[in-house]
Design a protein around this ligand. Structure first.
Ligand SMILES: N[C@@H](CCC[C@H](N)C(=O)O)C(=O)O
Length: 280
């Protein structure tokens, strides 16, 4: 089976082309693929399947030709991945499966419109962020308060005062499962300039990653709520993550994410390894 390795601001993915939806992708196989020693190594898997073949309720009825089947490194399913959408779109264009321009991709969180050229950055309409009020999580015995934001997937974006490099994110943050029944991605951001943030993230299902697209939008929303004390202000934010730089535009209705999408390598998975990986 063919695979492609790619990343968006160093949030990295194994891309599995499966246009007809014939691949039985088990959580065990995903976890083995993402294993950085025993597998290819990645924060997640992007299965590239035609919307009509995805077998996901509602997806076949949309106008989108392609469905992004995103899985976290532990094999769990997530609704959305902002860096993944950009890398997925870049893969479709480079593979000749879509033309540069503007079109919709189907995700579990709904359609996402992408804009991209033959090369360069990819821009995604990430949809309307849902600001759900305050929440908290703790790391290493310290409690952080933040804003709960849904980008289709759940986030808690916490403002911090010290440089984010100082945080110890080797262990998963603790949170109240009654508040976050589906788990949560936790962002820590510090304002370093005019609408300019630095951010680190601990992702549900993948641990600390070097970037999270949905998380950068959540952090921008939390920072924009901080400007008004109410509904998020409108404007463009620059968000620096360990893996690079993303820009987020909040226009009062929807949100846009713009950043790089890089394809690194093409390869072939050995059939005997695939069989052993599927068994777990
Ligand atoms: N890295 C992604 C988010 C991936 C999903 C997340 N771990 C979850 O479980 O919700 C991004 O770029 O948005």
């Amino acid at each position: 089976m063919r695979f492609v390795k790619g990343h968006g601001t160093e949030n990295d993915f194994v891309i599995l082309p499966d246009p007809d939806g014939s691949l039985e992708l088990t959580p065990e196989m995903v976890a083995r693929l993402c294993d950085r020693r025993a597998g290819i190594g990645a924060d997640g898997v992007l299965r590239v399947v035609r919307a009509k073949a995805a077998g996901v309720p509602g997806v076949a009825d949309t106008d989108a030709e392609w469905f992004m089947d995103y899985r976290n490194a532990d094999g769990s399913v997530a609704e959305m991945c902002g860096n993944g959408v950009r890398v997925f779109a870049r893969y479709l264009v480079e593979a000749g499966l879509a033309a540069p321009g503007e079109w919709d991709l189907a995700t579990r969180a709904g359609l996402r419109r992408v804009v991209l050229g033959a090369t360069g950055d990819v821009r995604v309409d990430m949809g309307a962020p849902r600001h759900l009020g305050a929440g908290e999580a703790s790391v290493g015995g310290e409690t952080f308060t933040g804003e709960r934001v849904s980008m289709g997937n759940p986030h808690l974006a916490c403002r911090v005062d010290a440089p984010v490099a100082a945080l110890d994110l080797t262990r998963a943050p603790d949170f109240d499962p009654a508040v976050f029944p589906e788990g949560v991605n936790v962002e820590f951001f510090r304002q370093v300039g005019d609408r300019h943030l630095e951010m680190r993230v601990y992702e549900r299902g993948s641990g600390e990653t070097r970037s999270c697209g949905t998380g950068t939008v959540a952090a921008a929303v939390a920072a924009a709520v901080g400007e008004t004390g109410g509904a998020p202000s409108r404007g463009e934010w620059t968000v620096d993550v360990p893996g690079g730089r993303l820009t987020v535009l909040l226009d009062g209705e929807t949100s846009h994410l713009c950043g790089p999408a890089v394809l690194v390598a093409d390869g072939e998975l050995r059939p005997e390894w695939l069989v052993s990986a599927s068994d777990g």
